[in-house]
Write a protein that binds this ligand. Structure first.
Ligand code: GTP
Ligand code: SPV
Ligand code: MN
Length: 601
């Protein structure tokens, strides 16, 4: 895997040079490669992945310049049990994070790191989260021995010389160390297609803005710019500096009169962010365009409004369920220059996954076994992913990489709830909206290791991604709202996943979610009718545009029903959830809970 010549070191920044030299001394790689971010470099990375047997080229007539990667079957999702927030005090990590003493964690990892890159290349990846030069953006430098991680970082972030140039001599960058933990200790040690280790650690040191990741090559564990930096470390930075780092898509919505609103939405992993970010409205005259599909950084602008950027440059999206019917724009984005992970390979060298189209008569499944529809198992892993350049999305908004960001008009929360939570409600205030976010719950998906389907509280879709005590995080939300006053976005709670007693989705979802977006858009202008209920404002009779939609009036009234008994039955579990935050639970949220109880009667 020595295809690449060493390149010139393009920085004299002493902090960067010291970080790289310390990493080299620890990992003991055979060689160090500084990544410059060029197209040529990206192509060399793909070639080295193919040469190593990690990847194979797809049929260039069908998927030009695209590869298929199949991971170790035990390295397919984020490992929340092995994710640690190593703040100086345990209290700062809070009850929802795993904590370890930073010195002890570093001692453990230093042992694992010692010589872990023997026989391999250590790539140095300077990257920017957000447009270079944007006042909202942030820089990181990551070292890794995974060419797969580097190739993905090329798509997902801005990489290379221009980042080092922007950083200049500043020591203000996030330091990321990553190794798959599979040294080629002797010249005769054979490599494997997907090196990784059974032992895994995804560790964060919030005070020193460091990330130490060990043993996994999978997305959120290995692409350190994404969840580790842009959410866990950035959330701490945001708390310290008075801004927000959130697990949200960003969408631009234009009404038939040409007026625009920007909407951010927090849904847990694999709960529909990529889909909503790219939807094609079914209502005439409305237009939706994509700004981001996973992460949103927001800072106050000079006018006192919250301005958001998408810190990423690509989509690391869930493949299964993506089709021309469910997400045409994603399908159009996926034509060329894609890294596919853990999908199935068709006999003509193309990709396939469950829900994409009629199953092929034969394929090779994600575990490299022969597969037919009769095999009785999925051909693609449920958390199979595509890595796609955002610029290839046919509905990417022109301002998607504007360094100034876009002013946010509405924030949506939502999760997978088979019952209780209606299709849409509007919060009564920012604080009430913060309360709704704080009690969000969702059924667990395949994006993280563990049992799928269990209902868990996932406040603001940040449960696995908040780098500090979630009680303090709630307080930060309340503080931000007080700072922003009347210029804050309106908050809404949505649920595309309410089911009938027979277990069928009541709402068609996907493109039809535009009907809900329309109501939200018009609520922002106080134009659409709403009724006040104990849980918030719901669409008044006839206010939700269902013209041309094939939905029964029973289904619609169930979707918009305020299930008072269901909410009352949930109060004990909300109280229990709140109790876990102890004295750090903001008084404002206890007051919101008491007010809800009272309104429910
Ligand atoms: P992460 O990348 O893990 O953060 O996920 P995400 O939030 O971007 O989720 P994504 O849009 O990839 O959707 C995940 C799954 O939810 C896919 O299988 C979709 O088909 C399904 N899904 C998305 N939107 C809807 C919807 O409106 N209704 C229903 N029933 N399913 C949906
Ligand atoms: C998620 O799990 O929320 C993702 C995929 O967006 S990962 O990059 O693995 O975090
Ligand atoms: Mn996500």
């Amino acid at each position: 895997m020595n295809a690449m010549p060493p390149l010139e070191v393009k920085t004299t920044n002493p902090a960067v040079l010291a970080f790289v030299e310390d990493s080299r001394a620890l990992f003991k790689p055979e060689r160090v490669r500084w990544c410059n971010g060029s197209k040529w470099e990206y192509q060399e990375l793909l070639k080295s992945l193919v040469d190593a047997g990690t990847a194979q080229w797809l049929n260039p007539a069908r998927r030009p310049n695209s590869i298929l990667v199949r991971s170790d079957p035990a390295d397919v999702a984020r490992v929340e049990d092995q994710t640690f927030i190593c703040s100086l005090s345990k209290e700062d990590a809070g009850p929802t994070n795993n904590w370890a003493d930073p010195a002890e964690m570093k001692a453990t990892l230093t042992q694992l790191y010692d010589g872990a890159m023997a026989g391999r290349t250590m790539y140095v990846v300077p990257y920017s989260m957000g447009p270079i030069g944007s006042p909202i953006a942030g820089i990181g430098v990551m070292v890794t021995d995974s060419a797969y991680a580097v190739a993905n970082m090329h798509i997902m972030t801005r990489v290379g010389d221009k980042v080092l140039e922007a950083l200049g001599q500043s020591p203000d960058f996030v330091r990321g160390r990553h190794t798959v933990g599979y040294p080629l200790s002797t010249p005769s040690t054979a490599d494997v297609p997907w090196p990784c280790d059974k032992t895994k650690y995804i560790s964060h040191f919030p005070e020193t803005r460091e990330i130490w990741s060990y043993g996994s090559g999978y997305g959120g564990n290995a692409l350190l710019g994404k969840k580790c930096h842009a959410l866990r470390i950035a959330s701490v930075k945001a708390r310290d500096e008075g801004w927000m780092a959130e697990h949200m898509l960003i969408l631009k919505l234009t009404n038939p009169e040409g007026r625009v609103k920007y909407i951010a939405a927090a849904f847990p992993s694999a709960c529909g962010k990529t889909n909503l970010a790219m939807l094609v409205p079914t209502i005439p005259g409305w237009k939706a365009e994509t700004i981001g599909d996973d992460i949103c950084w927001m800072k106050f602008g000079a006018d006192g409004r919250l301005y958001a950027i998408n810190p990423e440059t690509g989509f690391f999206g869930v493949a299964p369920g993506t089709s021309n019917e469910s997400n045409l724009n994603a399908m159009k984005t996926l034509g060329a220059n894609i890294i596919y992970s853990n999908v199935a390979l068709t006999d003509d060298g193309d990709v396939w996954w469950e829900g994409m189209s009629e199953p092929p008569a034969h394929a090779i499944d994600w575990m490299r076994r022969s597969w037919t529809p009769a095999s009785g198992r999925p051909a693609a892993h449920p958390n199979a992913r595509f890595t796609a350049p955002a610029a290839q999305c046919p509905v990417i908004a022109k301002e998607w990489d504007d360094p100034a960001g876009v002013p946010i008009d509405a924030i949506l929360f939502g999760g997978r709830r088979a019952s209780v939570v209606p299709l849409v409600s509007e919060a009564l205030s920012w604080r009430h909206g913060t309360f709704l976010g704080s009690i969000m719950a969702s059924e667990k998906t395949a994006a993280a290791a563990g049992k799928v389907g269990d209902l868990r509280r996932d406040p603001m879709a940040m449960l696995p991604f908040c780098g500090y005590h979630m009680g303090d995080y709630f307080q930060h939300w309340i503080n931000i709202g007080e700072n922003g006053g009347g210029r804050m976005p309106k908050i809404f709670y949505v649920n595309w996943f309410r089911k009938s007693p027979e277990g069928k989705f009541l709402w068609p979802g996907y493109a039809e979610n535009s009907r809900v977006l329309k109501w939200i858009f018009e609520r922002c202008d106080d134009a659409a009718q709403a009724v006040e209920t104990p849980i918030g404002r719901l669409p008044a009779d006839g206010a939700l545009d269902v013209a041309g939609l094939n939905i029964s009036s029973e289904a619609l009234s169930e979707l918009l029903r305020v299930d008072g008994d269901g909410w009352k039955a949930e109060l004990p579990s909300i109280r229990e959830h709140f109790a876990t935050f102890g004295a750090k639970l903001p008084a404002g949220l206890s007051e919101e809970l008491a007010a809800l109880e009272q309104r429910l009667g």
